[in-house]
Unconditional design. Structure first.
Length: 130
């Protein structure tokens, strides 16, 4: 197993990321339509797509993500990328992109997302400790 996965497990233990979202996909899509610049709306929709697009083999957030629906996983990836475009300092979308890229076997892209996630979390922790 790659070293960065161990790092991310440690980081995600300290800074847990939830994959639960309120409402169903249709209501979240309506929320995005009403507020296309809403970071949280896009993020919640991405999580809803991801929650239905992958399955976890082993403990959730630590186990291995297996793609259950390519279509929903692609939609999740696109929404996470929109979130990053709207708020480049939001760390969690990078974490979930790493999960998606690993599940797709795109390890170099997963490595890049892992590094961005770790850097953003460290920056946030540094800002909050001032």
């Amino acid at each position: 197993m790659r070293v960065y996965l161990i790092l991310l497990v440690a980081v995600s233990t300290l800074f847990p990321v939830s994959c639960t979202t309120p409402g169903d996909i249709a209501s979240l899509q309506r929320r995005v339509e009403r507020n296309p610049e809403g970071v949280r709306a896009h993020y919640d929709l991405a999580l809803a797509y991801l929650k239905r697009g992958i399955e976890w083999e082993g403990p959730r957030n630590i186990g291995v993500a297996i793609i259950a629906s390519k279509r929903l996983t692609k939609k999740a990836r696109n929404e996470f990328q929109k979130v990053i475009g709207l708020d480049p300092d939001f760390a969690e979308p990078h974490y979930w992109l790493k999960v998606i890229y690993n599940a797709q076997g795109r390890y170099e892209e997963a490595d890049k997302e892992s590094l961005i996630y770790i850097e953003l979390v460290a920056r946030e922790k540094e800002r909050s400790s001032r």
